[in-house]
Design a protein around this ligand. Structure first.
Ligand code: AMP
Length: 193
């Protein structure tokens, strides 16, 4: 296990289609961080048909959240395997995951610097997901699953916002405009921390 002290991670939080992956990539490149996407890690397991991949495949295909214990263990392995700062994309997605992450940070002497909550109106999310489904090869980018993923977000993930709002770590960012303008909003927000 590497020496993790002083590591400061950023969470990028938002609904499916808000642009978490795109913005996490740009932030990671700009600030030399590791882009840690639980969705990408899980899709890799599925593509390689590992035992874990076979176990979670149905959940991903149907747009259900994978069990907390599985993603928590995956994130802990990834975070403790690097001594760089990470941008967490797609995690935490439940309050139980957020609490487990805080416990992990405390135990390893690391910190969550802030939670960028990228905000996009629901109608725009649906439009973006529909457009993405035309070009992506993701098994969950199809009409039926798009709506289900939004409902999973609204019922299980959205309250993560209140968890971080309560202790002042939440940084809301308007992400309804172009990628460039949203990046500007993110950089402004980060420079004010
Ligand atoms: P994403 O690429 O972030 O949209 O995630 C794709 C899918 O991976 C989700 O619909 C879930 O099935 C699964 N997934 C990713 N991250 C998590 C998480 N933190 N908790 C539970 N399931 C997750």
């Amino acid at each position: 296990m590497k020496n993790q002290n002083n590591q400061q991670h950023i969470i990028i939080f938002g609904a499916p289609g808000a642009g978490k992956g795109t913005h996490a990539d740009l932030i990671a490149k700009r600030y030399g961080m590791v882009h840690l996407s639980t969705g990408d890690l899980l899709r890799k397991e599925v593509a390689e048909q590992t035992p874990l991949g076979k176990f979670v495949q149905k959940e991903l295909d149907q747009g259900n959240l994978v069990a907390d214990e599985i993603v928590i263990e995956m994130v802990e392995k990834a975070i403790t395997g690097t001594d760089r700062n990470c941008i967490l994309d797609g995690f935490p997605r439940t309050v139980a995951q957020a609490k487990a992450l805080d416990e992990m940070m405390k135990r390893t002497g690391q910190h969550i610097r802030c939670v960028l909550s990228i905000e996009v109106p629901r109608e725009e999310l649906i439009l973006r997901l529909e457009q993405r489904s035309l070009i992506s090869h993701r098994s969950d980018d199809n009409e039926a699953t798009i709506l289900h993923r939004l409902i999973e977000y609204e019922t299980k993930s959205k309250n993560v916002i209140d968890y971080y709002k309560a202790d002042g770590r939440l940084v809301p960012v308007d992400a309804s405009d172009s990628i460039e303008n949203t990046q500007k909003n993110i950089r402004n927000a980060l420079s004010q921390l």
